[in-house]
Design a protein around this ligand. Structure first.
Ligand code: AHM
Ligand code: MG
Length: 335
């Protein structure tokens, strides 16, 4: 019998029986993200036309201002979530402060907050290389019915109820977890539907790819330098392959499929590395662990870090379990 591929919409409905979905609120939220992803996908796909139709800052033919794609992606996600009245607050890498969402009756009845990096890897947009959206969802900790507070956003990653990313690559994929494994859905652009293409995604336990900006090598700490040398040494299954897109979502996605490690260490010039704990590291760490991988911030598990500010940065090492454990050995030597 022909086994018809499931759509993301069907998958969400089927999984509504998970305890996390019991009120249907989280399902609605993931549906809203699915919709926003399609809108942003449409914008990303026509990014190359900006040169022909007008640059950011110009006025387009309808008299509207052209917007930079990351600004546009930010607006689309926030607008979609606001319109559907399903969250009580949003924090975005693109906004200085979090946004409070009032429901129409001003009751703040929704219980989820969303944190997003609307378009990550934005230096890749102008050169037609993959970019992504990253999202992270928490249940608020302050009482429902009151305005959302900063502490609702500053929860450790181990409190996430869902997280995921969209990769705008050769195909557009939405990959997410609700704490019950990781599933990947590929967009059929002809009909605008995501199909379950990668059920139960798993990091291979071992890998042969390391992803790091080696241009910063001279600034890295000795443990990271030694690990990079280890990756390059001719011994056993080494040297490993070096692959670095400079787009976290794409580097992570490839490593999860093929086996590998992603590193953004601190250095002598960036004390905490570059990546943001709330918008980038926590959601990726949740996905990594749900897919059998690991994510550490140097000394300890990323998901156990207590955030202190919205835009906090942290060193990030993430990928196949045995590769991260090996790296940890090198880091521990210098602690
Ligand atoms: P962004 O949020 O400004 O796009 O920066 C995050 C990106 C990650 O996607 C990527 O892994 C990293 O920055 C690359 O940084 P670098 O160019 O320093 O290697
Ligand atoms: Mg980013």
């Amino acid at each position: 019998m022909h086994n018809r591929t499931k759509t993301l919409g069907e998958f969400i409905i089927e999984n509504q029986t998970d305890f996390q979905y019991s009120t249907g609120e989280l399902s609605k939220l993931i549906n809203a993200i699915r919709l926003a992803a399609k809108v942003v996908n449409h914008e990303v796909n026509k990014a190359g036309l900006v040169d022909i139709l007008g640059d950011a800052g110009d006025t387009n033919i309808q008299g509207e201002d052209q917007k930079k794609l990351d600004v546009l992606a930010n607006e689309k996600f926030i607008q979609t979530l606001k319109n559907r009245e399903i969250v009580c607050g949003i924090a975005s890498e693109e906004e200085d402060d979090f946004i409070t969402i009032n429901s129409q009756d001003e009751n703040h009845n929704n219980k989820y907050v969303v944190l997003i990096d609307p378009l990550d890897g934005s230096s890749n947009i102008d050169v037609n290389v993959s970019v992504g959206t990253i999202f992270s969802i928490y249940r608020r900790i302050t009482p429902v019915g009151t305005p959302v507070q900063l502490e609702d956003f500053l929860q450790p990653g181990n409190q996430q109820v869902a997280a995921g990313y969209v990769v705008y690559g050769t195909s557009t994929m939405l990959v997410y977890t609700t704490g019950n494994g990781v599933n990947g859905f590929t967009l059929n652009p002809a009909i605008g539907t995501f199909y379950l293409s990668h059920p139960n995604m798993q990091f291979p336990e071992d890998g042969r790819i390391y992803s790091v900006n080696e241009g910063n090598y001279v600034h890295f700490h000795q443990g990271v330098k030694d690990y990079i040398k280890y990756c390059q040494k001719e011994e056993g299954d080494r040297p490993y392959t070096s692959r670095y897109i400079g787009s976290l979502v794409s580097d992570f996605h490839r490593n999860m499929i093929k086996g590998g490690i992603y590193m953004y260490p601190k250095s002598s010039v960036t004390n905490n590395g570059k990546l943001r704990l709330l918008y980038e590291c926590n959601p990726m760490a949740f996905l990594a662990e749900q897919a059998g991988g690991l994510a550490i911030g140097g000394k300890s598990r990323i998901l156990d870090v207590q955030p202190t500010e919205l835009h906090q940065r942290i060193p990030f090492f993430c990928g196949s379990k045995n590769m991260v454990l090996k790296l940890q050995e090198f880091l521990d030597k210098y602690h």
